[in-house]
Design a binder for this molecule. Structure first.
Ligand code: ADP
Ligand code: ASP
Ligand code: MG
Length: 481
């Protein structure tokens, strides 16, 4: 009889130090009793940020950055290895691998400093090193726990296009590679421990799937291997009614649909990478979100249909790393194709528009992009409309970076009258000013823009209004580690 296959992904905090890695190994060891397991692992928490920061500083010519980074990475990983792996040979082999990866990080930073150039391809090579350092650690800890395990580099499994920093998987090639590389291991009872976040082009050039992309790695592999379920182990009790860091009263949603979860992720719920569910939509594989620090908690099950509450608000999200761009002035009514030019210019600089808002006057086109895209979008727009600005047909192209988007999410919500009204009255009662309301969003979300300083209060007001809080249900608030 074949055993069910489960993919188990451990996020950065779930492998943040030796104790966390040991806990992750216990979770895998227990699950391995009755199913085949493929583990997918993120970098230890903070490591990807350090790698990216070091590469960026090296780009400005800092030649010492490589050595500094190497020292930091070596210390952190060696400490974990010494605590996890007492056995001499195994420990020596792991330390050797750490040395190799750390030396590569140093070389890449030194090369970057020398050239003062950081290409997307080099940035991918640097930022991939966190996962390449952590996967052997979890495999080593599993072997200590008596489980046969082997670290596998996802460059051997996940085939992607060459869009560095946000590569897309090529489904058929990935399926063929993943099956031929992982099936023999699984048949021998070995747990493959795969690096999250990374892949490679058909030619073998390393790519990354985007920040937070290890969740996507897990579902890509789950779909490729026809897994029976995917479990994403993180540091909170599942998908909650809001980010518990912003709304302490948030509580776990036991079951939610792919669509609702995708909407939450798209509008900033960091618990899931926005593309995570894309990979499993066709196959309908359930995805669990669970807390590796509280493994007895059932967490959230994400399923194709979810558990309906008849339509209505399920959860809230917020995004603060965004900026509002407005193109306007009374003269824009006469400017030819102003809307088309605005958005084709935005697309040309690869900025994605998070929402298009209804402006308070008819003379403005307002839209929101992420903060990292804002400056180049405004520059491109000023270039595009330079003639119109000179002739004052377009009076202003402005950027407001001090804003946040808050989204109210739930399936079929737009069919229920009054949700928008209730949201806005609740905010009004708390004196929160709404700058703009989203247009053209899906049936599952209503989004609005507030000043960044009012974001937390807006979340609290809406959370209370829709009775989403743990206390309102007489429950304890969900635990975050
Ligand atoms: P990991 O390192 O495991 O991938 P992340 O930090 O990427 O974990 O995501 C988990 C975090 O997502 C939580 O600590 C929480 O602060 C945040 N988060 C934001 N919105 C939500 C939500 N609706 N439900 C649960 N967590 C959320
Ligand atoms: N380590 C990567 C990041 O920090 C990927 C992930 O954790 O999912 O973005
Ligand atoms: Mg994450």
């Amino acid at each position: 009889m074949t055993r069910p296959l489960r993919i188990m992904k451990f996020g950065g905090t779930s492998v943040g130090d030796a104790a966390c890695i040991a806990r992750a190994a216990q979770i895998v060891a227990q699950a391995a009793r009755d199913s085949s397991i493929v583990a997918v692992v993120s970098a230890m928490s903070g490591v990807t940020n350090s790698l990216v920061a070091a590469a960026t500083r090296a780009q400005s010519g800092d030649r010492d950055e490589g050595a500094r980074l190497a020292g930091e990475l070596r210390r952190q990983h060696e400490l974990a290895i010494r605590a996890l792996v007492p056995q001499q040979d195994a420990r020596a082999s792991l330390l050797r691998q750490v040395d190799e990866h750390v030396a590569e990080a140093q070389r890449l930073c030194e090369g970057t400093a020398l050239l003062r150039e950081l290409t997307p391809r080099t940035l991918d090579a640097v930022s991939s090193l966190g996962e390449r350092l952590s996967a052997p650690l979890l495999a080593g800890a599993l072997v200590q726990a008596g489980i046969c395990a082997q670290a596998v580099d996802a460059t051997e499994l996940i085939v992607t296009d060459s869009h560095h920093g946000g590569a897309e998987p090529l489904r058929d090639l990935t399926r063929a590679r993943a099956l031929s590389r992982l099936q023999p291991l699984l048949q021998q009872g070995i747990v493959p421990v795969v690096t999250g976040f990374i892949g490679a082009t058909p030619e073998g050039v390393l790519t990354t799937l985007g920040r937070g992309g290890s969740d996507y790695s897990a579902t890509i592999l789950g779909a490729a291997l026809d897994a029976s379920e995917i479990v994403i182990w993180t540091d909170v009790d599942g998908v909650l009614t809001a980010d518990p860091r912003l709304v302490p009263d948030a509580c776990t949603i036991p079951e939610i649909s792919y669509r609702e979860a995708a909407e939450l992720a798209y509008f900033g719920a960091k618990v899931l990478h926005p593309k995570t569910l894309r990979a499993v939509m066709d196959a309908g594989i359930p995805v669990w979100i669970r807390n590796s620090f509280a493994p007895d908690h059932p967490g959230t099950k994400i399923t194709p249909k979810g558990r309906t509450n008849g339509g209505g608000v399920k959860a809230l999200t917020a995004m603060s790393d965004v900026a509002l761009i407005s193109v306007g002035g009374p003269g824009i009514v006469g400017v030819p194709d102003v809307v088309g030019r605005t958005f084709s210019t935005t697309a040309a600089v690869r900025a994605s528009v998070l929402l298009i808002s209804q402006s308070s006057s008819q003379n403005d086109i307002c839209f929101i992009v992420s903060s990292s895209d804002a400056k180049r979008t405004v520059e491109a727009l000023r270039e595009e409309f330079s003639q119109d600005l000179a002739h004052e047909n377009v009076e202003h192209i402005t950027l407001d970076p001090e804003i946040a988007i808050v989204a109210v999410v739930g399936e079929n919500m737009r069919g229920i009258p009054g949700i928008a009204g209730r949201t806005f009255s609740a905010l009004g009662r708390d004196n929160i000013n709404i700058i703009a309301i989203a247009q053209g969003s899906s049936e599952s979300n209503i989004s609005f823009v507030v000043e960044r300083g009012a974001m937390k209060a807006a979340l609290a007001a809406a959370h209370r209004e829709f009775g989403l809080g743990a206390r309102q249900h007489g429950l304890p608030a969900a635990s975050a580690s």
